[in-house]
Write a protein that binds this ligand. Structure first.
Ligand code: SF4
Length: 107
């Protein structure tokens, strides 16, 4: 007797792509915000101006960040994620966003 498995994908391909590109800790889907904006430029990003000093990994680059919007919606602390992640629909422009790379960093 041949068995046939009728497995279904739980999400369509667009949703699967969104899930893959959205790190834990974001307030909504990555890329659902304004085009060419990242979390680094959003006023909800926490831990401004904290750069990595790890010589082997991302030295001089802005460390992973947390999202205040996510934390307010979820009632607690969220995961840290890459500040260069594409912005979500709750994006609000920070008038003075930090740079992604420390300006005076010497490798
Ligand atoms: S765009 Fe802003 S509100 Fe959305 S996840 Fe990034 S930091 Fe949070």
């Amino acid at each position: 007797m041949q068995q046939t498995m009728h497995l279904t994908q739980p999400y369509d391909s667009d949703t699967q792509d969104r899930i893959k590109s959205t790190p834990a800790g974001m307030a909504h889907w990555a890329g659902s915000g304004p085009e060419n904006k990242t979390c680094r430029e959003c006023k909800f990003m926490l831990k401004h101006g904290n750069f990595s000093t790890n010589a082997k990994k991302n030295a001089g680059r802005l460390k992973p960040v947390k999202c205040a919007k996510h934390e307010s919606m979820m009632g607690g602390k969220g995961a840290s994620f890459d500040p260069a992640t594409s912005a979500c629909r709750f994006f609000q422009q920070d008038p003075e966003p930090p740079s992604l790379v420390q300006s005076n960093w010497r490798a």
